[in-house]
Design a protein. Structure first.
Length: 520
């Protein structure tokens, strides 16, 4: 089925669905630019055919683990370099016509993709559930993709407006022209497979670029039904494609595109940056975090506990802006700890039924090893477990118990490294100066939360090195509309904001046209 994108004009008020909270980065521990070792990689042919890949040759097969069962029950076959080069050349060839459509018609095409996703809703949802082992957040990903797309379509024209102006010399004037990159590459992670492969693609496409996406090989099942949706949208299918592959494929995407967004770990981000820099290419890195929450003695303990738990266990903690370190002022420390523990004990892992319970499995098996190591390190250095503390194996899948740690110190891995699991370490502090120092004792700077009397919380938060700051809340970027921008501090990212109007403009090169008026 092929559909055109003739749809009613975009209504900014109706389109700007801000109910969806934007998601951030996640680790990608597979080696960038290398093929995984056996048994992940073997020769063979793929029995799971993709939507037609226009004559591309397939060579090797990767087996994919199911996070709920631990079994390798799916396989992908990455394109070889020759085939990937051919498809990227086709995307480049489609870009001039896509740009010539103009912003209004590009927005209509993106809205038509939302309709196509609805037609393939069940297949995409089933694939996401198999990829991640969780149901509710898989639904949220699909709805979130549509909400973000509508919001971006509603604001694209204003964000992409070109400027004109004059100078003190009446015979001089200028035009500010935006020139999109022809082909944008995206390498995305496994924690939110659908939304994080598209969050930057949406703005790049609306800006006029073609886009080549390589999602994580840990969660690739959604690619087939999502490509089927893309294939139904006129013009868009000529400039957007999603490729199965591993680190070797990702390295080729860096080589074959003009600029790139990488979402993943700091370690792999460095490798991406080095490869791109050798080719004089700009990259945008959306990396990890170890986000602090500071609770002041003016905070109501139960209110603080609700924010802390929500911020720590969303998607079973597999969220880069998750709250991973908690600092509580001593006057409310015992009360906050008590209420956090009560809330964590009430959470249910979805081991028995994917639709029941708040916590899904650890999606990537290697991540479970990291959680085990962090817990063991903390206990060896004197931490005390108030609840949880174990990685549970159930029918081959791995779940991390909702865990609260106290007696923690800054030298513990759980306080220094990205955790990416439902683990809450809590430390007491006395003075505001101490709280700021502890919060800033990290190489990261993605986001932070401060809970307490508003003016005081803002004053303290303004001293914390983080691109996003939540005051008496957690992760509500989507609720403040399309204009709020934030950039990562430290090792949490590089290259400008994916939010607000900057999310469009980073895919544009700026050309200044200066005109001298000449008398006839």
């Amino acid at each position: 089925m092929v559909v055109s994108f003739s749809v009613p004009p975009v209504n900014p008020l109706a389109a700007a669905d801000n109910s969806f909270r934007f998601f951030f980065a996640s680790p990608n521990f597979l080696e960038f630019g290398r093929t995984p070792q056996a048994p992940l990689c073997r020769s063979g042919t793929l029995g799971h055919a993709l939507v037609e890949t226009r004559g591309c040759t397939m060579t090797r097969t990767l087996e994919i683990r199911n996070p709920r069962t631990g079994a390798n029950d799916y396989a992908i076959t990455p394109l070889n370099r020759e085939a990937l080069e051919a498809r990227c050349a086709e995307l480049r060839a489609g870009q001039p016509a896509w740009l010539a459509l103009g912003i209004d018609d590009r927005a209509k095409a993106m809205l038509a993709l939302c309709d196509a996703v609805d037609r393939h809703y069940d297949a995409i949802l089933e694939a996401l559930c198999a990829d991640t082992g969780r149901y509710e957040w898989s639904v949220n990903e699909i709805e979130g993709l549509k909400g973000i797309t509508r919001m971006r379509c509603a604001t694209a024209a204003e964000a992409l407006a070109e400027a004109t102006g004059s100078s003190s010399d009446p015979t001089l004037r200028f035009q500010q022209q935006h020139v999109p990159y022809e082909l944008v590459g995206i390498i995305s992670p496994w924690n939110y497979p659908l939304i994080l492969c598209m969050i930057d693609a949406i703005t790049a496409l609306l800006a006029g670029s073609a886009v080549a996406i390589k999602p994580s090989e840990v969660t690739p099942r959604f690619i087939k039904p999502f490509r089927a949706a893309i294939a139904e949208v006129e013009y868009l299918r000529d400039v957007l494609d999603v490729f199965e592959g591993d680190g070797e494929t990702g390295a080729m995407i860096v080589d074959l595109t003009d600029t790139l967004v990488f979402t993943g770990s700091v370690r792999t981000g460095r490798k991406v940056q080095e490869r791109a820099a050798a080719q004089f290419k700009t990259v945008f890195l959306e990396l990890g975090g170890s986000d602090p929450a500071v609770v002041l003695d003016s905070a109501e303990p139960d209110f603080a506990a609700e924010i802390i738990v929500r911020g720590s266990v969303e998607n079973a903690g597999q969220l880069c802006c998750a709250i991973e370190r908690v600092y509580v002022q001593r006057g409310v420390y015992d009360a906050v700890c008590e209420r956090v523990v009560a809330r964590m004990k009430a959470l249910v892992m979805n081991t028995a039924d994917i639709k029941q319970g708040e916590l899904g499995p650890v999606i990537f098996a290697r991540q479970a090893e990291i959680l085990r190591d962090q817990l063991a390190d903390a206990l060896a250095k004197g931490a005390k477990v108030l609840t949880g503390g174990r990685i549970i194996s159930h029918d081959g899948g791995l779940w991390c118990e909702p865990t609260v740690l106290v007696n923690v110190t800054q030298d513990m891995a759980v306080m220094r490294d990205e955790t990416f699991g439902p683990i809450i370490p809590i430390m007491a502090f006395d003075t505001e100066e101490e709280a700021v120092k502890l919060a800033n004792d990290t190489e990261f700077g993605l986001s932070a939360a401060v809970i307490g009397e508003e003016a005081r919380a803002i004053a303290i938060g303004s001293r914390i090195n983080a691109g996003g700051l939540w005051i008496n809340d957690f992760d509500t970027m989507g609720g403040v509309g399309a204009r709020a921008e934030k950039t990562a501090f430290g090792c949490s990212g590089l290259g400008g904001t994916r939010y607000g109007y900057g999310g469009f403009r980073r895919f544009l090169r700026k050309k200044a046209i200066v005109i001298r008026s000449v008398a006839a």
